[in-house]
Design a protein around this ligand. Structure first.
Ligand code: SF4
Length: 340
């Protein structure tokens, strides 16, 4: 029985985009054990993937070398007897641990002068010529240059109904509550955040049409301010940003009848739970990292200036998001809510 160690991406969305790689590896080598080393903020998502065995959460900070911590991890992993290492981030730092741990086959994309550290190297296309992220990662399951199968599996997370019910109860939601979730944050900056006022107007429309629905805002503590702004105009929206763990947020999204999300980690989580959602895109590009679910509806205006991939609008008007009117999202959401 062979064992593989995955060095996971640094953000939730990318970790989910990597799940088709794990599924492909399992389909080709059913007895392969796949473990993952992942940042603490990403580890809970990997722990819910059926393909993944053990998850080693790490405190390794993005962008920092932390050589002694990496040496310690490598020493610990040496004893696990891994045959293969899949290095998903492009950095040299990410390739260090499998190399220091003496894993014989180390697979990844070329980049940052890590030639010696990887010995199965795939050509890394320039950013603007890369296939969608899920395909990009999935190619690592094959020999360099080989063709991917046509239909890649979509990411899917495990959900425990008893745990979902317990989480709902802890947050004062009835187990059969009809919940609509808003995920108003986006780590990558304001140019990916639909305005708080738009969320609030949408909430008011939903309130009129679905008075029984319980609306909640989910996200990290960094998103609490935006959610407070939403709740100031729509006080019936419960602001749970910063009050849930990532696992709690996954449970509450699993319970939700529908969600409205910015291009963010929670958008990819909602897709991996196959919950209906409207995914709102601003400066980014849904062709690059779309929500991988048939239950998702994408709102993207594809203006002449987009995608610019900037954190803040370089033109100062943020038309790509402001011109997605709440009425437009409401119409999409209503279609999802009425779908059989
Ligand atoms: S330049 Fe265009 S795509 Fe970029 S943030 Fe501004 S409006 Fe959006």
């Amino acid at each position: 029985m062979k064992k593989a160690l995955v060095i996971a991406p640094n953000c939730i969305g990318d970790a989910l985009m990597a799940q088709p790689l794990f599924a492909l590896l399992k389909a080709r080598h059913p007895r392969l054990v796949i473990d993952a080393l992942a940042p603490k903020g990403v580890a809970p998502v990997l722990a819910r993937m059926p393909e993944i065995g053990r998850v080693f959460p790490s405190d390794l900070a993005h962008g920092k070398l932390q050589l002694s911590a990496r040496l310690m991890f490598a020493q610990q992993l040496k004893n696990e007897g891994y045959d293969l290492g899949y290095v998903l981030p492009n950095s040299l730092k990410a390739a260090l641990i499998p190399w220091l741990a003496g894993i014989p086959l180390r697979v990844g994309y070329r980049g940052e002068a890590r030639f010696g550290m990887l010995n199965v190297r795939h050509a890394n296309p320039p950013r603007d010529q890369r296939p969608p992220m899920a395909e990009h990662y999935a190619r690592l399951a094959l020999k360099p240059g080989a063709r991917l199968p046509e239909d890649l599996p979509e990411p899917r997370l495990r959900v425990d109904p008893a745990r979902v019910a317990a989480t709902a109860e802890r947050f004062g939601l009835a187990p059969h509550a009809r919940v609509i979730a808003f995920c108003p944050g986006a780590e990558s900056g304001p140019a990916r955040r639909w305005p708080a006022g738009h969320f609030a107007r949408l909430a008011q429309m939903l309130r009129r049409s679905y008075p029984y629905a319980q609306m909640i805002a989910l996200g990290s503590a960094k998103d609490a301010e935006i959610a407070t702004e939403i709740a100031s105009e729509a006080p019936f929206v419960r602001n749970l940003c910063g009050q849930t763990s990532l696992d709690d947020a996954v449970d509450l999204l699993a319970l939700s009848e529908a969600a409205v999300c910015n291009d963010s980690g929670l958008m990819h989580v909602t897709a991996a739970l196959n919950r209906p959602q409207v995914a709102v895109y601003g400066s980014s590009d849904p062709r690059h990292a779309p929500p991988l679910s048939q239950a998702a509806s994408i709102m993207w205006l594809q203006l002449e200036c987009s995608p610019c991939f900037k954190r803040e609008c370089p033109l100062g008007h943020l038309r790509c998001l402001k011109e997605i009117e709440p009425e437009m999202v409401f119409v999409e959401l209503r279609k999802l809510l009425h779908r059989p």
